[in-house]
Design a protein around this ligand. Sequence first.
Ligand code: KIV
Length: 273
Amino acid sequence: MTVHSSANVKRITTHILQEMKDRGEKISMLTAYDFSMAKIVDASGIDIILVGDSASNVMAGHETTLPITLDQMIYHASSVVRAVSRSFVVVDIPFGSYQGNSSEALRSAIRIMKESGAHAVKVEGGSEIKESVARILSAGVPVMGHLGLTPQSIYKFGTYTVRAKEDAEATKLLEDAKLLEELGCFAIVVEKIPADLAKKVAESVTIPIIGIGAGGGVDGQVLVVHDMLGITQEFKPRFLRQYADLEGIMMQAFGQYIKDVKSKDFPNDKESY
Ligand code: KIV
């Protein structure tokens, strides 16, 4: 059997993501919320770009993901979609736009797909939102699930610590993953759960399981781009590997610019008309 790599793929689809799991190629996923960042992330070869509702934290400075609106998510998503030529773009349906009302869930998903041009939506939860998931899927919209630490429920949990350490919660998470697969979700994010449980979930379902703080036994990894680039310096959970110190680089550049302006070194004759 020839082993393919997604590196040569012109456009990532749900079908290709499934093939990646089937042949054991790990899926790479990062967030992006704006055109310029998404252009770089897409060009780097990332498989999935998530327009996460973490935009509420990183872009808008809110403490939680709850305040971001559907209109704001569509604005971020359409900026990202305009930049992307290869990555598969998934958009979070924000808090209050799909829970407890499957008609509203469908309306929200259709608005995201129509107005942003994204390729799929993501929702948080399992059995509690099964009607909403089924309704969205019935319209032909691909759905990514999200289990474990689900930040839209932060006031129910009360803390951002590791989820599903107890048997009852672990059993429910496994059942929810199977339910989401049965309903027709194309992938599931599992956030901040024990690595052994995440591996068990990935082995128990056929669809890709993408982890964040869920160890290496899953089918892919996702990080928030501002965290892995070292822009959000104050957020340093154990699962985060920081790949750059952009805050340091930016502070250095801004500091030099200030110096050059104050000293009248900038602009020089060559930089003037
Ligand atoms: O909103 C987000 O960025 C997410 C990821 C952390 C998975 O849901």
